[in-house]
Write a protein that binds this ligand. Structure first.
Ligand code: FE
Length: 342
């Protein structure tokens, strides 16, 4: 933005602030701390600025670095909004006291209740499913059904799945605890460890690549990785072409889904703009960008799923309220430790 217009905005903000008794500065901006890659979130933020005139200052860092920074900054933190992926991380930030509750009829209407915190501290903005990938030369999809079935001895030495220190598997295990109880979830985790084709290595894409290379017959990874690989590097395209996606428990309770999302910072200096930003990110316009740029499923009902994502299979999401996973975070870590899931 040009210096002159920044000054003008500041002057307007000063007048508005003086009249309303609010802080005089920074009426026209919002500070975002984001654990998402800038390329994935910039288009939505730019659309927000175009629509509202509110400038977005974006800081991108790892989730841990952001939490550390917000804690260190304390009451002086300039962060208004924190964006991240995975409900486990949103819960972690909530437990660290970094989010303030906000009450917004707009958000409550736009986002189904299973994808947001009952206390209004975090809101899901995009949806991803954690699904099974298989090598069609070695696996008949009729052999696939549920996550639980992957623990069956028939898959011994055939499964690629990433490390337990990643929240994606922590949330998957937490959902199994919520549905089946801790004992059954632990038995499942033990079975998966026994069935691993290799010690856990790499990220989600590497599990898909492992299936393509023949190192394993089954992989587990989030949906957007597979779709991104289909239009990625030549090697990724070739790998994706050798692998098929299978959506588990479509009939038995629904496929495990997780969210990307965010909340308004406890010490936000611009809380009104922060709320406006979340409301915008939940709007049909921004949800369409989420779908097309990030290949997430829109959380907002009625917004079209990207054709490339729709093409890999219809999603029947698990109806579990994601806030219920909060109670099982510590237990997932203990189970992974006990069963030796690296
Ligand atoms: Fe991811």
């Amino acid at each position: 933005m040009h210096l002159v217009s920044v000054r003008l905005l500041a002057a307007i903000a000063f007048v508005a602030g003086s009249l309303g008794g609010a802080p005089a500065i920074a009426q026209g901006e919002v500070n975002v701390y984001s654990a998402r890659q800038e390329a994935l979130i910039r288009p939505q933020l730019d659309a927000f600025t175009r629509t509202t005139g509110i400038r977005v200052n974006l800081v991108t860092a790892s989730e841990d670095a952001i939490i550390e920074r917000m804690r260190a900054e304390g009451r002086n933190s300039p962060a208004d909004v924190m964006l991240t992926v995975d409900v486990a991380r949103l819960i972690r930030a909530t437990d660290a006291g970094l989010f303030r509750p906000i009450k917004s009829p707009v958000l409550e209407q736009a986002i189904p209740s299973q994808y947001r915190d009952e206390g209004g501290r975090w809101y899901g903005l995009g949806l991803r499913a954690r699904v099974i990938y298989y090598n069609p030369d070695k696996v008949n999809p009729a052999e696939l059904s549920t996550y639980e079935a992957l623990a069956d001895a028939k898959w011994r030495g055939r499964v690629c799945i990433r490390s337990s220190n990643n929240t994606y598997n922590q949330s998957l295990l937490a959902s199994l605890i919520a549905h089946k109880g801790a004992a059954a979830a632990e038995q499942w985790a033990r079975g998966i460890v026994a069935n691993m084709a290799r010690p856990p290595t790499g990220g989600d894409r590497d599990q898909i690549t492992g299936v393509a290379s023949g190192e394993c017959d089954i992989g587990v990874a989030n949906t957007y990785y597979y779709v991104l690989m289909q239009s990625g590097t030549d090697a990724e395209k070739a790998a994706a072409a050798k692998v098929k996606a299978f959506f588990p428990q479509q009939s038995g309770g629904g496929t495990h889904v997780n969210i990307s999302g965010g909340g308004v910072a406890t010490n936000a200096p611009n809380p009104d703009n922060a709320q406006k930003l979340l409301e915008f990110l939940a709007s049909a316009e921004a949800q369409k960008i989420y779908a097309e740029v990030v290949f997430e499923y829109p959380v907002r009902p009625g917004v079209a799923v990207a054709p490339a994502l729709l093409a890999i299979g219809p999603l029947n999401p698990d109806k579990l309220k994601l806030s219920r996973l909060a109670a099982h975070q510590a237990e997932t870590i203990r189970i992974f430790d006990r069963v030796g899931w690296k």
